[in-house]
Design a binder for this molecule. Sequence first.
Ligand code: SAM
Length: 190
Amino acid sequence: MSPERYQRIRQVLERRQTDLTVCLENVHKPHNVSAVVRTCDAVGIHRVHTVWEKKYQFRRGTAMGSQQWVRQTNHDNINDAMAELKGQGMQVLVTHLSDTAVDFRDIDYTKPTAILFGQEKYGASDEAKAVADHDIVIPMMGMVQSLNVSVAAALVLYEAQRQRTIAGMYNTQQLPEEECQALAFQNGYP
Ligand code: SAM
C-alpha cells in the first residue's frame, strides 16, 4: 500500500465518530443494509448495530461483509441492543412515522446519539419506541406514507453530520490511537 493510501485511511479513521451510531432493527433487504452502511461510512460513523431476530428468519449478516470500513455489532434482540446503547450513555432516537414524533431537524446530534431505523414493512418495534428518548420523523407532504429506509437514514445522518461539522467534532480524533493503528494495519498497511 502506498503512503498516500495510508494517509487517506488515517484521515478517515481520525474523523470517525464513535459516539454516533445507527441501529438497524430487522432491516433485512441487502441493498437497504448496504446503502445505509455506505452512508454511515460517508458521515464518519465507526460502528453500526444490527438486530436480526429469529422470528423474521432473515439471513443474518447479509450484505455487511463487504463493508470493511464500518464495524458491526449484531444483537439477537432489540432489548439487548437498546441496553448496550443506553449503557454507553447514548440518547436513543427512533425514527417513527407518528404525529407525536419530533421533526428530525430539531434534535441535537452533537450529543452521543444512536439512531434506530425500523424494518422495511413493519417499522420500529414497540420495544424500541418504549425506551427511545425521542421519536423522530422526517415530515412527509405527499401521498406516500414513508420513505425507503436508506433514504430516511441518509437524511437524518446528514443532519447529524452538518451539526457535528459546525461543532468541529470532525477535527478531534475520537478513536483511541492504538485502535486507529490496528485498523490501518488490518486494512493492508504497509
Ligand atoms: N409501515 C412502516 C411504519 O409504519 O413504520 C414503514 C416502514 S419505512 C418503509 C422503514 C423505515 O424507514 C422506518 O421504520 C423508519 O426507520 C424509516 N422511515 C421511513 N420514512 C420515514 C419518515 N418519514 N420519518 C421517519 N422515519 C422514516
